[in-house]
Design a protein around this ligand. Structure first.
Ligand code: TUI
Length: 314
């Protein structure tokens, strides 16, 4: 079986993390992934302390296995959710969309394994120095907030830069891609889009249907002008945003146009007015399955490619 240092580090059976998808990754999905032997992650996204406390309590009712909380550093509530993670002594904190430096000492003092998402070697080095337990190197194939580098380019460079375990993310939806990540030096993968259609994922059914119907070229990136590029499925909203981005619309108005779009997609299933974040692998996601089955499929597929020597190479 595919056992790597990350399994031991966070106490999981399979080296598979579930992406902390904003408005999507709640206690229901995270508990199912953790119960299935991976690392389930609750996305604190733009929610406040009370919502997060409630979700952690709900997850702990459903599983006693390790889990994580994703702290989106651009959130206006980042300070308060960071404090909740420390108070609740969550086993793992994953950060995204920025530099988690100012919270690292507090989290490390609480005994939390801090695993930042990085999109560059500089950020990987910086968080290693500040006490990160591992890093997630996320390429721009992923959904949501994206960096410039692809997974293929980023993962080996991060592996060459740090001495802590590296988890690969972005463009990983099956065993072949998981095996490829291992050959690049990663010892685990983080998967978002494929878990979005898990049976236990409570996102609106329209969102799942859009992922299941997507083709390879159906995602696009907007938001570069404001410095926060985001990958999502092409639809009326994304095309309109793109048009506005290259018009004379002010930054304030553009920001206003962007607000609420994730909630409209995930909660209301608003096909025209929502922003359906998705990775480039959406077309490979073809059926709804229990989360535990997704984890098994990924690992069995990777083992088949890697052969009996299934090993982590670095
Ligand atoms: O964070 C993500 N994915 C996200 S966050 C999100 S919520 C959102 N909603 C509306 C607009 C924008 C965001 C949806 N999806 N992934 C982790 C990730 N982190 N990807 C890339 C990075 C990253 C980028 C730059 C991490 C660090 C970094 O450092 C830059 C710096 O120097 O601060």
């Amino acid at each position: 079986m595919l056992k790597t240092p990350i399994c031991e580090l966070v106490g999981i059976e399979y080296p598979v993390f579930q992406g902390g998808m904003a408005w999507i990754a709640d206690a229901s999905l995270a508990a199912a992934v953790s119960e299935g032997g991976g690392l389930g992650i609750i996305a604190a996204m733009n929610a406040g302390a009370d919502w997060l406390r409630g979700q952690i309590a709900e997850l702990r009712k459903r599983t006693s296995k390790p889990f994580g909380v994703n702290v989106m550093l651009m959130s206006p509530f980042a300070d308060e959710v960071a404090a909740v993670c420390a108070e609740e002594k969550v086993p793992v904190v994953v950060t995204g969309a920025g530099n988690p430096g100012k919270y690292m000492d507090m989290w490390n003092a609480a005994g939390i394994k801090v695993i930042p998402v990085v999109a560059s070697t500089a950020m990987a080095k910086l968080v290693e120095r500040r006490g990160a337990a591992a890093v997630i190197a996320e390429g721009g194939e992923s959904g949501g907030h994206v960096g410039d580098l692809t997974t293929m380019a980023l993962v080996p460079q991060v592996c060459d830069t740090v001495n802590i375990p590296v988890i690969a993310a972005g463009g990983i939806a099956d065993g072949r891609q998981m095996a490829a990540a291992f050959l690049l030096g990663a010892c685990g993968v983080q998967v978002g889009t494929r878990f979005l259609v898990a049976n236990e994922c409570t996102v609106h059914q329209n969102y799942k249907n859009k992922i299941l119907a997507a083709k390879d070229i159906d995602t696009m990136v907007t938001g570069k002008r404001l410095g926060h590029p985001v990958r999502a499925l092409k639809n009326a909203y994304m095309r309109e945003y793109f048009k506005n981005e290259y018009s004379t619309m002010s930054d304030e108005e553009l920001e206003k146009f962007g607000s609420g779009a994730l909630r409209r997609a995930a909660v209301e299933g608003d096909e025209k007015g929502g922003m359906f974040l998705s990775g480039q692998v959406a077309s490979m996601v073809t059926k709804e399955q229990p989360a535990a089955e997704i984890i098994r499929d990924l690992c069995e597929g990777a083992e088949k490619v890697l052969g009996s020597a299934s090993t982590w190479v670095r």
